[in-house]
Design a protein around this ligand. Structure first.
Ligand code: ATP
Ligand code: MG
Length: 687
């Protein structure tokens, strides 16, 4: 390890990187180099010969953060190939890895399916008596909290406080049973099942403890009980000192709604009495004005830990607030301002991020960017994977990966329509219920002939024969050890199901064309992925692995990025990232903070506002050099136009105190700005 890599660590960072005597917690504000401590520490551990790469695991929150970390580390290592031996992943991908290897122990096929949140919603919908979507979502949320809190259905039922909760607990029981019948797991299971397994089998736990000897956890403040359990089980080997480094910032805890508890930071100190706590105080990311605004906002929250944060990047440019007349104007202006800004600074599109509170806010910015031919990428949304046409194709992949995946079976067998109607499916469902088997298996069971006419049975069996054929070849040793080349199979599948024809038969030409473009984009992306990049385990991925990967991608983020594109992202998905220039949009009361139920009791509301404030803090602290904060005076909401107020957080930034910046800075009209810009763009590039 050269000394250069350490030249820039400050004293506290140096201490954190070199501390190897036991568990270590780095507790510090945004941009203070916590993630950098993790990458440097891994490089140091390997470089100094204390650990082998394959015994080190680093856990991050998004796939993107994991990929970035892997890349940073490989640049620090003397032997870049060591980087591929590391386990750097999200909690969920680590869970998948463990489940895949230990499936037998859990009576799970190694071809289990991972149901995404939409599938789980449909499942709860099937099990619930109500059709009220709000109630179903609530039940789904409650089940998830139970799972993450390691509460089993029986305990949930016993401790239910009212009818709705008791009802939810009963649905929870059936939900668990149905998942296991489907040989499927949901996102929560990806962590919960490994925890249960590690608790019940010393042998398996010890195996993983030997394998992952040192653990590093980024964004520790957002781990939930279950994830914390997993960490504890992995690091608490008998007769061995717990070895891990966790880094976090309580002011950036934004996943309480998913069961994360900031209390974990305190629990850590209780559970590990010899925990070494290190604080970092210098922010290396943002200029002073941005940092002041962030500190001023978060200063309104009660403090769990005292933290100071300073920067020597100079005062920097003023934070600008933009008052817009409505969301159309906001999108147009922001995009215009962004292009002008980029031109003036000779920046790259990838230096810019547009951040917002909710996924639904992306669409209008997408439209505005597309209109100006500005490349962009979206993360934090399901916008691409959630499209009907993509979900259709994924259902085939899921079915091939796991023939018992009933939700996938139903979607695939009916899209495109192939003569299998609702009543046929109902009969099949009842028959499968009698036999306690999956729909797919039921198709081949004797006795079905008595229930269905040949006209009904024919297309059903035809479909299953077809899937069986592909499935068999997907797993037969062929081009790769894992089966026939996934890309070729995918092409054949697409050809056989005639999805393109289906689109043109069922939608108007423009829509069909659009949808088909999306499908092509998706299959090309899959093919690219199947080749396996430098970050992947093996040389080539099987269809099964691809399917599981897709399921994971939909959760928190989008696809890979174009190299030079504006980042559109939710605040949640932007965690840990940094951008030279940030536009924080839709900063209005009701959006950020998002207030939810108007009848919420005051104490709950206060907690909610605090979490939203942390989200604002995360947003502000993503910016390195410039920050624009915009809000609209009017906005369409469910066909109505409502009047909006600037968010209380804008006032809390205290922009006009000390630094002379008016609260509302009206910018040039977009047309004028654009005209200026276009004129500038016409000129030959300056040297
Ligand atoms: P967040 O809380 O947002 O996740 P963080 O604490 O993880 O932030 P990093 O992303 O690790 O912060 O670091 C922020 C920026 O500061 C990065 O660009 C990093 O390279 C830089 N940085 C960190 N430490 C130093 C240092 N000692 N000298 C110079 N730059 C540094
Ligand atoms: Mg970080």
């Amino acid at each position: 390890m050269s000394n250069d890599a350490f030249a820039k660590l400050n004293a506290q960072q140096y201490e954190a990187v070199h501390y190897m005597d036991g568990p270590c917690l780095v507790l510090a504000g945004a941009g203070s180099g916590k993630t950098r401590v993790i990458t440097q520490k891994i490089a140091h551990m390997i470089g100094s010969g204390q650990y082998e790469a394959r015994n080190i695991a680093a856990l991050t929150f998004t796939n993107k953060a994991a990929a970035e970390m892997q890349e940073r580390i490989s640049r620090l290592l003397r032997e870049p190939s060591d980087a591929s031996q590391l386990t750097i992943s999200t909690f969920h991908s680590l869970g998948v890895k463990i489940l895949r290897q230990e499936a037998k122990e859990l009576n799970l096929k190694d071809r289990f399916s991972i149901l995404d949140s939409d599938d789980c919603f449909s499942l709860v919908q099937d099990l619930a008596v109500t059709t009220d979507k709000q109630v179903i979502r609530r039940i789904q949320g409650t089940i998830s909290l139970w799972k993450n809190g390691m509460v089993d259905p029986e305990t949930a039922l016993k401790s239910a406080v009212d009818d709705e909760e008791a009802q939810a607990a009963r649905i929870y029981r059936n939900y668990v049973a149905t998942l296991s019948a489907y040989q499927a797991v949901d996102f929560d299971d990806l962590i919960r099942l490994p925890v249960e397994l590690f608790r019940s089998s010393d042998r398996v736990r010890e195996k993983w403890q030997r394998r992952l000897r040192y653990l590093l956890v980024d964004e520790y403040q957002d781990t939930n009980t279950c994830q914390y359990e997993l960490v504890k089980l992995l690091v608490s080997g008998i007769g061995k000192k717990p070895m891990f480094t966790a880094v976090g910032d309580d002011d950036q805890a934004i996943y309480a709604w998913r069961g994360a508890t900031i209390e974990n930071l305190k629990t850590l100190q209780k559970d590990f009495s010899d925990l070494k706590v290190i604080r970092l105080e210098q922010n290396y990311r943002s200029s002073m004005r941005i940092l002041q605004a962030a500190n001023a906002v978060i200063g309104n929250n009660p403090k769990l830990f005292e933290k100071k944060l300073w920067s020597d990047h100079g005062l920097g440019e003023p934070v600008e607030t933009l008052a817009m007349s409505d969301e159309e104007q906001e999108a147009e202006q922001v995009v215009m301002l962004l292009s002008a800004h980029k031109f003036e600074r000779r920046a790259r599109f990838s230096d810019y991020a547009i951040l917002y509170r909710g996924n639904y806010q992306a669409r209008i910015f997408e439209t505005a960017l597309r209109r100006e031919n500005i490349p962009y990428t979206i993360s934090g949304g399901q916008s691409f994977f959630a499209r009907a046409e993509i979900r259709d194709i994924i259902s085939y992949l899921r079915l091939i990966a796991n023939l018992d995946d009933d939700p996938a079976f139903i979607r695939a067998v009916t899209t495109p329509r192939r003569g299998v109607g609702q009543s046929t499916l109902e009969t099949l469902g009842a028959f499968a219920g009698q036999w306690q088997c999956s729909l797919f298996e039921a198709v081949y069971k004797g006795g079905l002939e008595a229930k269905l006419s040949p006209r009904q049975l024919g297309p059903l069996r035809g479909f299953c024969d077809f899937i069986n054929g592909i499935e068999e070849r997907a797993s037969r040793p062929g081009l790769s050890a894992k089966g026939e080349n996934a890309a070729a199979l995918l092409d054949e599948l697409m050809h056989e199901i005639a999805y393109e024809t289906y689109l043109y038969d069922n939608f108007d030409e423009r829509t069909a064309k659009n949808k088909w473009q999306n499908v092509l984009e998706f299959t090309n992306w899959l093919k690219e992925k199947s080749k396996g990049g430098k970050l992947e385990d093996g040389p080539e991925k099987s269809l099964l692995e691809l399917t599981q990967m897709v399921a994971l991608m939909t959760m928190l983020e989008g696809r890979d990025e174009e190299p030079d594109a504006v980042h559109l992202s939710t605040l949640h998905a932007a965690k840990g990232l940094e951008f030279p220039h940030v536009f924080l949009v839709g900063v209005e009361e009701g959006i950020l903070p998002h207030l939810g139920d108007p009848d919420m009791p005051a104490d709950q509301l206060a907690v909610r506002i605090q979490e939203e404030r942390r989200l604002m803090y995360v947003g502000i602290t993503r910016a390195q050099r410039t920050l624009h904060v915009s809000w609209c005076k009017k906005r369409k909401k469910a066909r109505e136009v409502i009047q909006c107020e600037p968010s209380r957080f804008i006032g809390e930034m205290k922009l006009n105190e000390g630094v002379a910046v008016p609260l509302e800075t009206e910018v040039l009209t977009p047309k004028a700005r654009l005209a200026n810009l276009k004129a500038l763009l016409q000129k030959p590039k300056l040297a």
